[in-house]
Design a protein around this ligand. Structure first.
Ligand code: HEM
Length: 420
């Protein structure tokens, strides 16, 4: 069973590794070799039978970038977060790793680079173990934890002892869920039964950082639970201090050299205290970090998107001032109500006519039938300078999408702006 990991893993491997392995062609061979094996392995069909479209390509893109080749594709989250929703046993993890080793062999990778790759993957693969109770029981236990039902949780844990630290969607454990809902008796029971009180989870699916049970208790204003966890050893590490804007604690961590620390809960993907400060909505914590050498460029788009989604002009401005690239942002803030963030991003180079994530432009997105009509957003985008005829990645224009959705006010605005 996974316990709170201690040591962060690197975000990318030694750049020399890509060439030593044999470049893009070799990575392609390795991933094909891996997936051929995974899909044939009877013990792993539970996990790999779906043959999702593009899965091999996404894995190739991932490993190319990770091994030090060109970074392609979209990398949002780290290896742990990508796999959290799966129940992976120690045996399955070991089989995956063995297949990777065999694929390296078959691709003719020399012993030195092979050992270097396996060293990196071994630890990361072990951190993906998250089995115990079956999914239905896990869901039932989480529902009971949310309502604070100690008896129900105790009965399920008695039947499935490893439930105690098992992670459900977005990483939440029983303690995390109970802490978020302020269920003190259950938090007490779980702590008393040896639950790991540091395993983080996230309240926001996929897009935001994962935080500890203590952090989520504070953020959810459950002071008693937060105090109880502190009294029982919960730490406020540099990530928690940044998320909660605990500036005194944060200063201490910065003095210890942790301004750019990599989260141990996210393998192979940069997640730093600055991510926590921004996702936590604290301009004060972000400022303190940036003034002390925190780096805003690497994940600038991800950080700007979070700040814009929160509608925080202050954070957006701060990140832009420290080198975050406006063109990488994926949100323009609450445009219909307030254009300040949109104006800032456009002034710093955000291109309104390029589809975000190779999908929708802001304008085609604002016209989508499944999102409801937003004429005030359409108006703001046109006034910010969006080309009414710029197509989305599938070649459709905002006008055809809005007309198809019968959004008459949006259609009128688009026509008035010269849409054809
Ligand atoms: C530590 C090394 C590992 C890395 C770097 C890694 C990376 C990845 C990546 C990049 C994807 C594609 C995800 C996407 O489409 O967004 C993926 C998918 C997946 N991984 Fe891993 N993985 C690792 C280990 C494992 C292990 C040990 C298992 C389980 C035994 C596993 C099970 C899966 C499954 C089931 C999928 C989805 C496959 C599908 O739906 O067809 N991974 N992994």
């Amino acid at each position: 069973m996974m316990r709170s990991p201690r040591e962060p893993l690197p975000v990318t491997a030694d750049p020399g590794l890509f060439e030593a392995l044999g470049g893009r062609a070799a990575v392609g061979l390795i991933v094909d070799g891996l997936y051929d094996r995974l899909e044939r392995d009877q013990e792993l069909t539970r996990l790999f039978r779906s043959r999702r479209k593009g899965e091999r390509d996404r894995l190739k893109e991932f490993f190319e970038g990770f091994f030090g080749g060109e970074v392609r594709g979209i990398r949002d989250v780290g290896t742990q977060r990508r796999h959290l929703h799966r129940l992976i046993s120690a045996e399955e993890s070991a089989r995956w790793l063995a297949h990777f080793g065999a694929a390296l062999d078959q691709a003719g990778v020399a012993a030195g680079p092979q050992a270097a790759v396996m060293r990196l993957l071994r630890e990361a693969a072990a951190r993906l173990e998250n089995d115990g109770a079956p999914l239905a029981v896990l869901r039932q236990a989480m529902a009971a934890a949310a309502t604070g039902d100690v008896d129900a949780v105790a009965a399920l844990v008695a039947d499935h002892p490893r439930l105690i630290d098992q992670r459900a969607g977005d990483g939440a454990t029983l303690v995390w869920t109970a802490a978020r809902r302020g269920r003190l008796p259950l938090v007490r029971w779980l702590t008393g039964h040896g639950a790991d009180i540091e395993i983080p989870g996230s309240a926001v699916h996929m897009t935001q950082v994962a935080v500890s049970p203590y952090c989520i208790a504070v953020r959810s204003r459950h002071q008693q639970v937060a105090q109880y966890l502190r009294d029982h050893g919960a730490k406020v590490d540099v990530f928690g201090a940044a998320f909660l804007a605990d500036l005194d604690a944060l200063r201490g961590h910065i003095a210890a050299g942790l301004a750019n620390a990599q989260s141990p809960h996210e393998d192979f993907h940069p997640v730093t205290p600055l991510h926590h400060a921004v996702d936590g909505g604290s301009a004060a914590a972000a400022t303190l970090l940036l003034e002390n050498g925190a780096e805003a460029r690497t994940s600038g788009g991800r950080l700007l998107t979070s700040a814009a989604n929160q509608g925080s002009v202050e954070l957006v401005r701060l990140l832009l001032d420290h080198g975050a690239q406006a063109r990488d942002a994926e949100s323009l803030g609450p445009l219909g109500a307030d254009r300040t963030i949109g104006e800032l991003l456009v002034a710093h180079g955000f291109d309104l006519d390029v589809p975000i994530r190779a999908q929708e432009t802001p304008l085609t997105r604002a016209c989508r039938a499944d999102k409801g009509e937003h004429p005030e957003t359409v108006r703001a985008l046109l006034e910010l300078g969006a080309d009414p005829n710029a197509p989305n990645a599938r070649g459709r224009t905002a006008l055809s999408i809005a007309a198809g959705a019968r959004f008459s006010r949006s259609v009128a605005l688009l026509l008035a702006a010269g849409a054809r």
